[in-house]
Design a protein. Structure first.
Length: 456
């Protein structure tokens, strides 16, 4: 990559446009994308120098901030060429990220036909499948024979996003079936399309959430899926490359939310510092206010702590164990929901498993905690003559706190999903804060039960 950067910078310095174009056009698309990342100040020049087809293929794989910087510095003519040559789905994704005024100005660069298409796609909800689809596909009628189908593909296939799958529609445009291209190529020319139909149709609705489309692609071995409206009319197709981009964005967004922050929507190093702080401060304030309840809980048990100071030694142990078990459960359930392995209807199965696993985990930690206190008591008087009561308090508290943490961490994502919120917002810090407060209540309640009349 360093050699590429040096070569391009040299050609730019020499203003050797012809040689620069020849050099760039012989690089892999991915190499050009990395090159722009290394020398972003020359990104517009690189895009402008590439042949149109290669410029479009590079532009469509750049991240949005880079696309925006480049499009602002290109000439109006070049902007029009690139926007008109972009596949409709990629163009819609780019427009969707821009502010309203910028979209209006850029749409003016499109041809009347592309402008109508872009406005139509932008009319769908932001997170819907309709925003992902492209109207470039090959559709045939069930009454056609293979000879006519192949003729149709030769004529219109070049403009299609993919010809791996051919779609069968009726006279009203209603989708009837989809047929893989290999099935058409391997039969006799006089075979009718109706003879190749098997009725095993998998289609997406334009109003479906994009997240659901990810799961459909994951469960079916398809490079593209058709998109229909409420009446079953074929509107377009969604290809797997777009789904991979969306899946990556969803994964990144969930990870950021699990970490206790809002989704950044931009690469970390590109986002404005004040916006980065704004994205993080909200959750930190909420979590901080939540943690203040810990002090309130400790204040309620102040007299118990004064009489048995030894209890205070184990507060970090208790609340961290509960928070850790809750964070584990929350992360596992959010991931399982994202993969479609768990739904709201599975809440009882999840609760049952977490009750059992929480008990086993709590007993494991409780036994370790008890024997740790017993071992120290053999060589010191740190825990006093009633070390058995202290050990029992710690052991049973850990069982209760870890069990509660597991239940809270597993149920919160399902509850938020039921309420229509994003399950990822039941992030690990949020669960940990909740379990910290309730964990202290469990701990001191157990302590009072075991030590009342002795140390308390």
């Amino acid at each position: 990559m360093e050699e590429m950067v040096e070569q391009v910078e040299l050609l730019l310095e020499q203003e050797n446009a012809a040689q620069l174009q020849d050099y760039l056009n012989n690089l892999n698309i991915s190499d050009v994308e990395e090159l722009i990342g290394e020398i972003p100040e020359h990104g517009p020049k690189i895009i402008a120098t590439l042949s149109l087809n290669r410029a479009v293929n590079v532009f469509r794989i750049l991240d949005f901030p880079t696309q925006e910087r480049i499009i602002k510095k290109l000439t109006g003519q070049k902007v029009g060429e690139i926007l008109n040559a972009l596949p409709p789905d990629d163009r819609t994704s780019f427009f969707a990220e821009l502010h309203g005024d910028a979209v209006k100005n850029l749409i003016l660069h499109l041809s009347p036909e592309d402008r109508k298409e872009a406005l139509s796609l932008l009319g769908y909800e932001e997170e819907s499948v309709g925003r992902l689809m492209t109207p470039d596909y090959v559709a045939v009628k069930k009454t056609w024979d293979v000879t006519r189908v192949l003729s149709h593909i030769r004529r219109y296939g070049k403009n299609s996003e993919t010809i791996d799958v051919i779609y069968v529609i009726d006279e009203n445009g209603v989708l009837l079936d989809d047929i893989r291209i290999r099935e058409i190529l391997l039969v006799k020319p006089e075979t009718k399309v109706s003879d190749l139909m098997d009725g095993r149709l998998i289609a997406l609705s334009a109003s479906d959430p994009q997240e659901e489309a990810i799961n459909v692609f994951r469960m079916n071995n398809r490079t593209a899926l058709p998109v229909t409206d409420a009446e079953g009319i074929l509107l377009g197709i969604v290809t797997v490359d777009d789904i991979l981009w969306i899946a990556n964005e969803e994964y990144t967004e969930d990870i950021q939310k699990i970490g206790g922050t809002e989704a950044l929507d931009e690469p970390y190093l590109d986002i404005n510092l004040f916006l980065l702080v704004k994205k993080r401060v909200g959750w930190l304030v909420i979590l901080f206010l939540g943690e203040m309840l810990t002090a309130t809980a400790m204040g309620f048990f102040e007299h118990a702590i004064e009489k048995a100071v030894v209890l205070a030694l184990f507060i970090p142990l208790i609340i961290s164990s509960g928070g850790n078990s809750g964070s584990q459960a929350s992360t596992l359930i959010i991931q399982a929901m994202a993969l479609g392995e768990v739904t709201i209807a599975d809440w009882w199965r999840v609760m049952r498993r977490e009750i059992l696993s929480g008990l086993m985990l709590g007993i494991t930690l409780g036994v370790i905690g008890f024997f740790r206190i017993a071992a120290f008591s053999l060589f010191s008087t740190m825990y006093g003559p009633h070390w058995i009561l202290v050990g029992a308090t710690i052991g049973f508290s850990l069982v209760g706190v870890v069990l509660w943490g597991s239940l809270a961490g597993s149920m919160l994502p399902l509850l938020l999903k039921k309420l229509g919120a994003d399950p990822a917002t039941s992030s690990a810090p949020f669960v940990a804060t909740l379990v910290d407060v309730t964990g202290l209540i469990i701990y001191f309640t157990v302590a009072v039960l075991f030590m009342k009349g002795v140390l308390l």
